[in-house]
Each structure stands twice: as structure tokens, then as C-alpha cells.
Ligand binder design. Structure first.
Ligand SMILES: [Zn+2]
Length: 500
């Protein structure tokens, strides 16, 4: 894979690259300042957040051993007797190749060269465009009817950040992911659950293509009024090509670099401004094409948006506050109060003797009682009953029962269950940006309520299966949250008007 270095770069916002004719000799820093109005620090944050083309990877898997042999055979076949490379001097061979690369021979010569690429982290939106290259191409793509997409990544176009809509976008994606997982857990097959998936989910494609088709593709899709993601794909392909056949990489350029006129797809879309229109009276059919190259960021907004991961307002996050009182917190670590959780998990070392059935019934009854006292508190503002019931011993016992049932159902040992729960905790913290339970004990109880009701339904339908596995881990985790929250006197109702 091409390592993009200081002098060898591609902008993840608009996909301009160091080998583009209008960027020769310029640095990435100059480009992002000029085109997007941001400095390298903010740009690096975009990369860390996975904005734009930062997730896209291209690797050349296979390429011809010797382009000269294949090209000269193709070229000379029409005019000469049986082909013999030795007939030609090195100079003649190089000249013929040069002429061919300039497009002055039959273009079929390029069909003699085949390349295979592994493409990862491309959106389904763009893979759909890619597979329209039908002539001279073969594809193999990650399916949706035989693969799980509940943990798949998704693409975030930089224009969404520039418009100040990153949070809304992420929220919608996480919501979609939740529904997908829920459908799947409810028994909907991959091939039907996939209908909820949006175009931005990432995919992997292996593309095998002859050079003629590749060149045509790049000539069209490298134009700046094309999607930035297709631009990025072409640029990364070009970087890969530069490593093996620089002479072939050199002519992977937008078609307008040859003509010096703007005429993309018959001026269907507005041009990028690099070249004048082909004819004076020409006009664009769609004038509002978003040209990624022109995306500008409002610095103030960027600060606010991109920082949200790193600086959840501490006042809203009681667990974070709790953790900040402790020393030795690993700043890079998601879930800064994780040590509390882990300590609490490890405490229950005396395995409780229960059966799955009686244990689950116990969990459900205990929790429903607890929840009903909480609901009473919500209407009356009197928490006496809740506090009398949710004692430290009661909660410990509740946790031990869940641990015992989990051990029985999955036939695992305690360490495995603790490490799984720990894992769930890390994943969730990462997903929710360390911002759990700004809604106090109520937030924890609501989540716990959802999980316990699912266990109840499973028990009633006699369908406790692997689908309940995460529910049990979640339940265990939430109970630990509850214990830690109660110990640290987390407010019952949390904070109003939370904004993060
Ligand atoms: Zn750019």
C-alpha cells in the first residue's frame, strides 16, 4: 500500500493529491490552508475522526511482469510477421511505448495489461458507481445477504462537517445500526435486514481491470466535479501504479488535463473552474454540484464539533467526574471510569447457587420491583421506597444472580464473563463518546429496564439463545453502573438541558 508521505499526499477532504497538475511542488499544508481554510492540527483531527477519504485503502494485488513484451506484441502484430522482440532495438521499443502512451496508436494495446486491486473502506454509494465499469472489468464485492453489517463502518463526507451536521449524521447512523442489529436479533435474515442499511456503509471490492478500462475510468472520475470519493479512489490507484509503472501512472489524469477545456460528461455538472468551458455558449445542466475542492470550514464550528469526543462537558458526565478524582487515568482509554467497573465485577467471587430458570425469574422480579419504586419516585418526588429497596446488599445480590445465570447459560468461567463485559463496556463507551448516563440513575435504570424486559420476553417464549448473550452482558454491566452510581451518589434524575 502506498505510504503517503510529506511530499506524496492526498487530501482526505477533497482528494486532491501531490501528483495533480495544479498541486505539483506544493505541500498538503499549503493545500488545506488555501482550499479549505484549516491548519494541519484540525486536518489531523479530521483524519482521526475518519472524515472524508481517510478510511479508503487501495492495494495493487497483481500487475504484469513486463509491459514492454505485451505492448510491443500487440502493437506490432498488425503490421509485422510473427512477433519477435529481439528484432527491435531498445530505442525502437521505448519509442513505440512512448507513442502508445501518447495515445497515437490503436488504444487496444492497453488491453494487453491487466491489474488487480484490493479496495477497502469505500462506501456502497461509490462502489455502485465503480461497478458500472463493465467493459474490461471484473469485480468481487463483499455481499450484504451473506455478511453481518451490525459492526460495519461508514463514510462521513467532509461537506457534512462543514455544514455543521456531523452530530445529526452520526446519530442517524447509530440509530440505523441499532435497528439493523435489532432486526437481526429478532430473526430477520441478513438479506432482509440489509434493507435498512444506508449508502454510506463501507464495503470491500477486488477489482481486476485492463489498463484501457482503467485509464478511461480515471480520465473521467478524476475530474474534480465528480464525487470526491471516486476522485480519491483514482488518486490512490495512481499512487499504487507509480510504484510499479510510473509511465502508466503519468497518464492517469483527468481528461481535461489533455484538452485544457471543461467538458465533463457533456457539461452535465458544473465544472471545478480549473479550465474554461469548451464552447462559449455551453452551460451546465446541474449547476449545484458540490465540488469538494471548494469546501471551506468555519474554524469555530470545527473546534466545537471535532472536539466533542475528547471533551465531553464533565459537568454532564458524573462517571467522568468520579474518575477524574482518581489518579492514573489513561487518557487514551475509552471509559475513564473503567477501573471502578472492573473492581466491582471482580468482587463477586462466590458463585451463587441458582438454576437458570429461577435465577432469571429472580432477576426479573427484583428489577421490576426496583423500577416500580423508581417510577413512584418520578411521580411523587419521594425516593424513600426506592432507597429502602435499592440497598447495597440488594444490588450486590442482584449482580451475583446475573453473574451466576450468565455463567450457567454460556458455560463460561468468571474471567471470561468479566472480560466480555469489559469489552462491551469499551465498545459502548467508544460509541457514546464517553458520555453515558448524564441522565443520572434514571438513565441507567431505563437501559436496564429495556434489557430486563428482553430477558423476560425470551424466558416467556422459551427462546433464550445466543441472541440473549449480549443482553446478559449488558444487564451485568448496567447493574455494575447502578452499583457504582449509587455508591457515588449519582443524582437520581441527572442533569436537565444536556448539550453535547
Ligand atoms: Zn483538499
Amino acid at each position: 500500500m502506498t505510504k503517503i508521505t510529506k511530499d506524496n499526499w492526498m487530501c482526505i477532504i477533497c482528494s486532491s493529491a501531490s501528483h495533480d497538475s495544479d498541486e505539483f511542488g506544493k505541500t498538503l499544508e499549503e493545500h488545506i490552508k488555501r482550499q479549505h481554510g484549516i491548519d494541519k492540527k484540525i486536518y489531523d483531527r479530521f483524519v482521526a475522526e475518519g472524515i472524508g477519504a481517510s478510511k479508503l485503502k487501495v492495494k495493487m494485488l497483481n500487475y504484469p511482469n513486463d509491459i514492454k513484451l505485451a505492448m510491443i506484441s500487440f502493437l506490432s502484430q498488425t503490421w509485422g510477421p510473427t512477433f519477435n522482440l529481439e528484432k527491435y532495438s531498445d530505442e525502437e521499443v521505448n519509442n513505440m511505448i512512448k507513442i502508445a502512451l501518447k495515445g497515437k496508436t490503436l488504444s487496444t494495446v492497453f488491453e494487453s495489461l491487466n491489474f488487480t486491486f484490493q479496495i477497502d473502506g469505500l462506501s456502497r454509494a461509490s462502489s455502485h458507481q465503480l461497478v458500472r465499469v463493465r467493459i474490461g472489468s471484473g469485480f468481487s464485492q463483499k455481499g450484504m445477504s451473506d455478511a453481518y453489517y451490525g459492526d460495519t463502518d461508514y463514510i462521513i463526507p467532509a461537506s457534512i462537517v462543514a455544514a455543521g451536521k456531523l452530530e445529526e449524521y452520526k446519530k442517524a447512523m447509530e440509530e440505523t445500526r441499532k435497528v439493523y442489529i435489532d432486526l437481526f436479533k429478532s430473526g430477520v435474515a441478513y438479506q432482509d435486514a440489509r434493507f435498512i442499511l444506508p449508502h454510506c456503509v463501507t464495503t470491500s471490492v477486488v477489482w481486476t481491470v485492463n489498463y484501457l478500462a482503467l485509464k478511461n475510468f480515471c480520465n473521467k472520475r478524476m475530474m474534480r466535479n465528480q464525487s470526491w470519493e471516486m476522485n480519491a479512489l483514482c488518486e490512490l490507484i495512481k499512487f499504487e501504479m507509480e510504484k510499479v509503472y510510473p509511465e502508466l501512472a503519468d497518464i492517469l489524469v483527468p481528461a481535461c488535463d489533455y484538452s485544457k477545456k471543461c467538458n465533463s460528461f457533456g457539461n452535465l455538472f458544473e465544472g471545478c473552474g480549473k479550465y474554461p468551458l469548451e464552447k462559449q455558449h455551453d452551460r451546465y445542466v446541474f449547476e449545484s454540484a458540490q465540488i469538494a475542492r471548494n469546501i471551506k470550514f468555519n474554524n469555530e464550528y470545527v473546534e466545537k464539533t471535532i472536539n466533542h469526543n475528547k471533551s465531553v462537558k464533565p459537568v454532564n458526565n458524573h462517571f467522568l467526574l468520579l474518575a477524574q478524582e482518581k489518579e492514573n487515568i489513561d487518557k487514551e482509554f475509552y471509559g475513564k471510569y473503567a477501573h471502578e467497573i472492573c473492581d466491582e465485577l471482580k468482587k463477586s467471587n462466590k458463585p451463587k447457587q441458582v438454576s437458570v430458570d429461577s435465577g432469571l425469574k429472580n432477576i426479573i422480579t427484583t428489577f421490576n420491583q426496583l423500577y416500580s419504586y423508581f417510577e413512584q419516585y418520578e411521580t411523587t418526588n419521594d425516593s424513600t421506597k426506592f432507597h429502602n429497596y435499592a440497598t447495597a446488599e440488594k444490588l450486590e445480590d442482584f449482580k451475583d444472580t446475573i453473574m451466576a445465570v450468565t455463567l450457567l447459560i454460556f458455560n463460561k468461567n468468571r474471567d471470561e464473563v468479566i472480560s466480555e463485559t469489559w469489552h462491551v463496556h469499551q465498545v459502548k463507551n467508544k460509541k457514546y463518546n464517553d458520555g453515558w448516563y448524564y441522565d443520572g440513575i434514571r438513565g441507567i435504570l431505563k437501559d436496564l429496564h429495556r434489557k430486563v424486559q428482553r430477558l423476560k420476553t425470551g424466558l416467556e417464549n422459551n427462546q433464550l439463545s445466543c441472541y440473549q448473550e449480549t443482553d446478559l452482558y449488558d444487564t451485568l454491566l448496567y447493574v455494575v453502573f447502578l452499583i457504582v452510581g449509587m455508591q457515588s451518589k449519582l443524582p437520581l434524575k441527572g442533569v436537565q438541558n444536556v448539550d453535547f
